[in-house]
Ligand binder design. Structure first.
Ligand SMILES: C[S@@+](CC[C@H](N)C(=O)[O-])C[C@H]1O[C@@H](n2cnc3c(N)ncnc32)[C@H](O)[C@@H]1O
Length: 308
């Protein structure tokens, strides 16, 4: 799991109390931890990490209204919402399903970056890049077309695992990722001709029409709610015959849900609709788990589409 974000209150005494409260939380004494956090917040009323932790504890105690109030305070005290309190408000039914706070995604992956590959590959049996690779090759073989691509864009490229999987298939890779920490790791691989720290939709918008032959997103669209905007930008950027391939987490219902792991899960129906609206031809939509979580395979799909 990623390290836990801590934003100092600027008051040494309040920071110390917060640490004691965290110890109590970790030992399972949630009511005592909540009491201590309430006292801490009296000392430092804009202490974002304390509000956020109080929200988590209130939610764990089943105190929904108090949890909502604390998460709202966390969001108010840090408008960029680096803790992602908004996502907890969505989970509690107190906010509409909407975009992830960008500062939350950045903070999460900047912290995670130096040990991302170790944790994902060794502990979480991470397979999204190889699932995409195999699905793309299979789709191209079935269509009797070569699985070789001149120019590829890796959306949410992270440390570069998708570029490594496709290294022999692609002449030139461009990576786009929100997290400077992840991009720094990707740069060290020397697998990318170009790397950009940007939101993936903004990054795509800056690219010319028909300028890529392959667009991939390994375990990255799970941070987007509606897939419509990214699919239509990908279609515009792809050359005719170009391929878009990605993994998602999924669920049995309809539409999009925010899962317990704070990643979006998209229904197969949402994927089909979004593909049709974007004018992409769906070639593959297969069940495939990208990783394990809590010792269970995460339910996922691998998707391949083509610009006809
Ligand atoms: C689970 S990691 C996967 C990284 C890489 N694709 C891989 O397979 O190892 C998800 C990545 O998506 C990036 N990300 C999430 N939302 C993003 C967005 N809106 N725009 C650009 N990158 C984003 C994160 O910063 C993170 O590096």
């Amino acid at each position: 799991m990623p390290l836990r974000l801590f934003l100092t209150s600027g008051d040494l005494m309040a920071d110390r109390r917060f640490e004691f409260a965290r110890d109590l939380q970790l030992k399972g004494d949630l009511p005592a931890a909540a009491d201590l956090l309430e006292q801490t917040i009296e000392l430092a009323p804009n202490f974002t990490s304390a509000w956020f932790t109080l929200g988590e504890i209130r939610a764990q105690l089943g105190e929904r209204d108090k949890a909502i109030a604390a998460f709202r305070k966390s969001r108010e005290s840090d408008a960029s919402d680096r803790h992602g309190a908004h996502l907890h408000l969505i989970r509690l039914g107190a906010a509409q399903l909407s975009e992830m706070p960008k500062a939350y995604v950045q903070a999460l992956f900047d912290q995670y970056a130096p040990r991302f590959e170790h944790v994902l590959i060794n502990d979480l049996d991470y397979r999204a890049p190889s699932l995409i690779f195999k699905a793309v090759v299979a789709a191209r073989v079935a269509a009797k077309k070569p699985a070789l691509f001149k120019r590829a864009i890796d959306l949410g490229c992270g440390t570069g695992l998708a570029a490594a999987a496709f290294a022999k298939q692609v002449d030139q890779f461009i990576g786009i990722d929100l997290s400077p920490g992840m991009v720094k790791e990707a740069r060290a691989t020397a697998l990318y001709a170009e790397l950009e720290v940007a939101d993936m939709i903004e990054g795509l918008r800056a690219r010319s029409d028909a300028s890529a032959n392959l667009v991939v997103a390994a375990d990255a669209f799970v941070y987007l709610p509606d897939l419509g905007p990214v699919l239509s930008e990908a279609r515009r950027v792809l050359a005719p015959d170009g391929v878009l391939a990605f993994t998602l987490e999924t669920h049995d219902g309809s539409g999009i849900v925010l899962g317990e792991g704070l990643r979006y899960a998209h229904s197969a129906e949402h994927v089909r609709d979004a593909m049709a609206k974007a004018g992409l031809q769906l070639l593959t939509l297969e069940s495939a788990s990208p990783r394990i979580e809590n010792n269970e395979p995460v339910r996922g799909v691998v998707v391949v589409a083509e610009k006809t």
